[in-house]
Design a protein around this ligand. Sequence first.
Ligand code: PMP
Length: 418
Amino acid sequence: MIDVARIRNDFPILSRRVNGKPLVYLDNAATTQKPNAVIDALTHYYRNTNANIHRGVHTLAAEAERDYDAARAKVARFINAPQESSVIFTRNTTEAVNLAAYGWAREFLKPGDEIIVTVMEHHSNYVPWQLVMQDTGATLKIVDIADDGTLRLDEYAKLITPRTRLVCVTHASNVLGTVNPVRQMADLAHKVDAKILVDGAQAAPHMPVDVQGLDCDFYAFSAHKMLGPTGIGVLYGKDEVLRTMRPFLAGGDMIREVKRDTSSWNVLPYKYEAGTPNIADTIAFGTAIDYLNGVGMPEVRAHEIEITRYVLDTLSHFRGLTIYGPRDAAARGGTVSFNLDGIHPHDLGTVLDHAGIAIRAGHHCAQPLMRRLGCVATARASFYLYNTREEVDALAEALREAQALFKRTGTPQKTGIS
Ligand code: PMP
């Protein structure tokens, strides 16, 4: 078991007060807080080693490049990539998915080809494929969920055909918490020679990830959801896939030679990293990975299962509360979406904020899923390695107070939630 009290001491923001109450930060699916080590890595870089990398001949440039390369090596090890050159740095998950959509899908898909997505995808792993569809003539097929919030694998197996060229699936849902059977899905995709892209934004921060074990062709995730800074993300790609793709962004660093009318491309990973990269944030991302490794990813996962079990158990005693997603904590992530009868999630979010509790309310960039669930919005509490049972109790207490308040004031429901 991890020492949560000691971990909390590493996060300065967790000791602040919000609206006169101790902050209870339960919006980790949106972004996570940063430990001192990550904050210090940023300032250390700008105070001591700031320089542009690649071809620099002076000491600062060499040090910055060394630390930048070290971060790539840390990411590669963290996800068990077979080589560092399979780790492409992007701005975030969204850009990583778009890189695959531009570099691979627009290059290789043609009319009649099929892309399979799931109904639980974040818009970042949904809208790029709509645009690919419009640009290439490929068609989109959507895998449904069962009523318990798990993916309909039986339906997925039926939707796969020899025309399937790409499967896009989230490893863990940012609404339901569902962890999807990615390896099984990859095996089925590969049987028909399709590629599989996994959105790891809600999984890489929370559980050990092995891209070789998953056998995925692409894996995308964001540093800011795993204790790192904003502005840096990753697209992992299999070497043989990355080699065949077209560059997404063109400019400095991504070329080998520029002739009058044509150019040739740099080696991987630089072929997909045009321009001056986000050096400081990348280095601090490496520090975030060091921090997570220090705690241990199996331990992070075990803590989240334990706290999620406690959340599900606590919330299940509420009258008029609907929880979306699987009830088995071991089969899901620590993101818990719910609605309280008669209270719009936005109103609930505002009331909880008065109690110092940060949750998120809305469609969570998953409108197809909201429609499937029959609602327009949910409240969402999402947990991470620094959250405690006491914070779950504080959430429950604030929900009770919100229920009492809305009962008294009789504020009409504005959700359209069915
Ligand atoms: N996919 C999932 C499952 C997410 O939860 C998010 C962030 N909410 C994203 C993609 C997009 O991440 P980013 O905004 O960092 O690109």
